[in-house]
Design a protein around this ligand. Structure first.
Ligand SMILES: *[C@@H]1O[C@H](CO)[C@@H](O)[C@H](O)[C@H]1NC(C)=O
Ligand SMILES: *[C@@H]1O[C@H](CO)[C@@H](O)[C@H](O)[C@H]1NC(C)=O
Ligand SMILES: *[C@@H]1O[C@H](CO)[C@@H](O)[C@H](O)[C@H]1NC(C)=O
Ligand SMILES: *[C@@H]1O[C@H](CO)[C@@H](O)[C@H](O)[C@H]1NC(C)=O
Ligand SMILES: *[C@@H]1O[C@H](CO)[C@@H](O)[C@H](O)[C@H]1NC(C)=O
Ligand SMILES: *[C@@H]1O[C@H](CO)[C@@H](O)[C@H](O)[C@H]1NC(C)=O
Length: 453
């Protein structure tokens, strides 16, 4: 009797001690990463990197260095001392008591208006939503970390729990039922492509689906002669007549060759015009998700031979000539244009996705920067701010019918979720701390999207 009672106390004491040790370790790791992490340096798109692309850290993006505001990474101490089962111990630091917490009833109006970007990551052993060993039909092998040398997969076991909103669990059948006769279009850069692949895997649960039709042709998404890939992909689920597509537009503006008969022509980058693809097909879309960000640097513009144009002529506005000014101007333009189309297409739900953060520590992509951490949420688990930490996304959508898909702060907490050193064509010393492992963080972006459509 007494021994049992005593034994119980020992168990409790050791749990509390373990809690404190974890807390100490986390606080250390947190202090370290907080100092090193920054949101902003220019973005390189490693999947399209070629060595000859000149790239300068300083001139890119141009936005100010947003050092991590520690208040957004507040670690909730009660999570460290709550009793844990031994199974949870390796994850003790982030095990959450959130299941029963703040779980208020919210109706659908509130659901759509609530801030899904605020909340916390919790462990969920039911994750991931599909296997990274499957989904070969849609998942690029370069992003399937299960197919690489990587051996830690804790990053697959996290689920985002918004603080004040009900987020319905995503299932493929629910998605398709909601999307009968409808089309979801992702338009953006390679991070948009990741979100697209993630969505295809989530809908199918990673299972092979011979019934799904490739309808790229309907959207002109066919591989041009000599091209390495088409400009996008479109697939249709015949059972519900649901189409999901992705169109590659890194800059979200219209690109026009200046001399069509010259293979090495420059391109007018019409900052104030929507991509021709979007203009042509927007009437077919029911849900539209836009993103840009990682191509706004001088190196990329130069390598792509993109020349900024405004009003159909080369830009002369000095404010816009700065990369940050050009990006801001373009995001305002595209969001403004989509907003202007909404009265014509009242069924259209349009989203602008905020920037996906990079996590190069101790350098940039080409100067030995790394993202080696394998412990989830070393830098905190919670986002407490109401405001988006991506003002370039939040500003333009304000007052429009275009919604912000705000994934920046929550993704900022996930430095362990990148491809890291495990790229398939690994170059020593080069890590991909920009793209994410799939399954992984972009799945969450899609859950938040699903909650709002
Ligand atoms: C961090 O955010 C809080 C709340 O938004 C603000 O009061 C504080 O000044 C910020 N700190 C820094 C260093 O930006
Ligand atoms: C949802 O809640 C909001 C705020 O409480 C309320 O104004 C609205 O009428 C509710 N909508 C429905 C459909 O119940
Ligand atoms: C599929 O949906 C589109 C509208 O998105 C509609 O025009 C078309 O007729 C539908 N096709 C079938 C076979 O139901
Ligand atoms: C889908 O489209 C088909 C063909 O246009 C139509 O018969 C059917 O009623 C539509 N279903 C829904 C749920 O709108
Ligand atoms: C367009 O490119 C072709 C082939 O390089 C060249 O012959 C022609 O002069 C160019 N036209 C203009 C207007 O620059
Ligand atoms: C971004 O563009 C908008 C609209 O053109 C302008 O009002 C705003 O001042 C710009 N912001 C920055 C930081 O350049």
């Amino acid at each position: 009797m007494k021994g049992g009672f005593y034994g119980l106390k020992v168990a409790q004491v050791s749990l509390i001690l373990i809690g404190f040790v974890c807390l100490a370790v986390l606080m250390l790791a947190w202090t370290k990463t907080t100092l090193l992490t920054s949101l902003d340096p220019p973005e390189s798109d490693l999947s399209y990197l070629t060595p000859e692309i000149p790239f300068s850290i300083r001139e890119a993006a141009g936005t100010k260095d947003v050092s991590q505001n520690t208040s957004s990474l507040r670690v909730d101490e009660k999570d460290f001392v709550s009793p844990l089962s031994s199974k949870d111990l390796e994850f003790s630091a982030i095990q959450s008591s959130a299941e029963d917490e703040h779980h208020q009833y919210v109706n659908s109006t509130q659901r759509q208006d609530c801030n899904f970007g605020k909340g916390r990551w919790v462990i969920d052993d039911a994750r991931p939503l599909y296997s990274g060993l499957g989904c070969k039909q849609w998942l690029s092998s370069m992003w399937a970390c299960r197919m690489t040398q990587r051996t830690d997969f804790e990053y697959e076991k996290l689920r985002w729990r918004p603080k004040d909103c009900d987020m319905e669990d995503f299932t493929g059948p629910k998605f398709l039922t909601r999307m009968v006769n409808k089309t979801l279009a992702f338009v953006g850069d390679s991070l948009g492509r990741q979100q697209f692949q993630s969505m295809m895997c989530m809908i199918t649960g990673g299972e092979e689906r011979p019934d799904v039709l490739d309808v790229g042709k309907e959207y002109g998404l066919v591989k041009a002669r000599g091209a390495t890939r088409p400009d996008g992909w479109a697939y249709r689920f015949p059972s519900t007549n649901t189409t999901v597509l992705y169109y590659w537009s890194a800059s979200l503006c219209d690109l026009e060759p200046l001399n069509v008969s010259n293979p090495a022509t420059d391109f007018a980058m019409h900052l104030d015009r929507p991509p021709a693809f979007l203009k042509r097909f927007i009437h077919k879309f029911d849900v539209l998700v836009l993103n840009t960000g990682h191509h706004w640097n001088r190196g990329k513009l130069k390598a792509n031979r993109w020349v900024m144009h405004v009003g159909g002529v080369p830009n002369t506005n000095r404010k816009i000539a700065e990369i940050a000014g050009a990006k801001n101007f373009t995001v305002y333009s595209i969001v403004g244009w989509v907003n202007s189309q909404l009265p014509r297409y009242p069924g259209l739900r349009a989203f602008y996705r905020s920037i996906s953060p990079r996590h190069f520590f101790n350098g940039d992509w080409n100067t030995g920067g790394t993202c080696d951490n394998t412990t989830p949420l070393s830098a905190g688990m919670e986002v407490v701010e109401d405001e988006s930490i991506d003002p370039v996304a939040a500003g333009p959508v304000k007052g429009t019918g275009v919604k912000l898909l705000d994934i920046t702060a929550l993704s900022q907490l996930r430095d362990e979720g990148h491809i890291s050193r495990y790229s398939i064509k690994a170059t020593p010393g080069v890590q991909d701390c920009l793209h994410w492992c799939l399954p992984g963080v972009p799945d969450t972006w899609n859950e938040i999207l699903f909650a709002q459509i």
